[in-house]
Design a protein around this ligand. Structure first.
Ligand code: NDP
Length: 315
């Protein structure tokens, strides 16, 4: 049978390119989990995706109720859940003030980490129930959260500290809006959220891989300088960032190429190892990359897991 893959944020950028790459193989049905139904439907059509190859289901990661409703809706489709890809993200590098999710969490960590944490936690049951030979849960990471790289050392650097802001509810009311308890910084909040994504993937691996056989993975697909991720950046940045990545750092990848890379992590029979953070070299060959000290900190991953379960009300 065809595999079924859920992809969050499949209405643009990497998520859309991955949905298209998978659908084109004829071996996958894609559930596009998107906050803007109309945008997703136009994007799928414009990408030339075959009508029968996808189903759009509404998901707003900035609301835990929406995440729970999404899980219910997916179950009603009575399709198996074979692969889940946590891809959606917001990036607010120029925001002067924090914004908040429906549940009152700072937006970047609320959407990128907490929304996905609840989603992945809920859908673990569905993945367990699937009879697909290679079941996977993939959380998109980033080089920017990894302080063992050049890109990860551009200030403000990711740093979760002792997680005091997160433990306080990340709501700016009696607690900080930043995980480490510091002052609001939108660029740092994004990087912190990506560290959470990578820690979460590894904690899933430690807790559930042996018991379930599910592959848990993260990846850095390369710098896709043209996506909507940079939509809130200043115009000069948006003009210069793609050529800078193409010709200076040479870290640039097209949306198509990045989509093919993520599609490999979804379906390639050689990428079944669990607990891995995948990257690609200059010849577009995948390799197991090293995470920074913080992004591979076992104690921090456990603490993050416990606090996150409390904040999202799971179980
Ligand atoms: P895009 O902005 O193009 O895509 C982000 C997607 O997330 C969009 O589909 C957006 O929906 C969706 N989204 C945002 N907020 C929510 C929400 N509250 N609920 C549901 N969906 C939401 O950026 P990219 O494609 O670049 O980003 C995809 C992933 O790749 C992210 O995890 C990012 O961190 C990662 N990444 C990107 C890199 C890059 O260079 N671009 C490098 C490394 C990692 P909508 O279309 O409605 O806005």
């Amino acid at each position: 049978r065809k595999g079924t893959a859920i992809i969050t944020g499949a209405s643009s950028g990497l998520g859309l390119a991955t949905a298209k790459a998978l659908a084109e193989t004829g071996k996958w049905h894609v559930i596009m989990a998107c906050r803007d139904f109309l945008k997703a439907s136009r994007a799928a059509k414009a990408a030339g995706m075959d009508k029968g190859s996808y189903t759009i289901v509404h998901l707003d990661l900035a609301s835990l109720d929406s995440v729970r409703q999404f899980v219910k809706n997916v179950r009603q489709l009575e399709m198996p859940v074979d692969v889940v890809v946590c891809n959606a993200a917001v990036y607010q590098p120029t925001a002067k003030e924090p914004s908040y999710t429906a549940d009152g969490f700072e937006m970047s960590v609320g959407v990128n980490h907490l929304g996905h944490f609840l989603l992945a936690r809920e859908l673990l049951e569905d993945l367990k129930a699937s009879d697909y030979p290679s079941k996977r849960l993939i959380i998109v990471g980033s080089i920017t959260g990894n302080t063992n790289t050049l890109a990860g050392n551009v200030p403000p650097k990711a740093n979760l500290g002792d997680l005091r802001g997160l433990a306080g509810g990340l709501n700016g009311v009696g607690s900080s809006v930043m995980i480490d308890g510091g002052e609001f910084d939108g660029a740092k909040a994004y990087k912190d959220s990506k560290v959470c994504n990578m820690l979460t993937m590894q904690e899933f691996h430690r807790r559930f891989h042996e018991e379930t056989g599910i592959t848990f993975a993260s990846l850095y697909p390369g710098c896709i300088a043209t996506t909507g991720l940079f939509r809130e950046h200043i115009p000069l940045f948006r003009l210069l960032f793609p050529p800078f990545q193409k010709y200076i750092t040479k870290g640039y990848v097209s949306e198509d190429e990045a989509g093919k890379r993520l599609a490999q992590v979804v379906s390639d029979p050689s990428l079944t190892k669990s607990g891995v953070y995948w990257s690609w070299n200059k010849n577009s060959a995948s390799f197991e990359n090293q995470l920074s000290e913080e992004a591979s900190d076992v104690e921090k991953a456990k603490k993050l897991w416990d606090i996150s379960e409390k904040l999202v009300g799971f179980p």
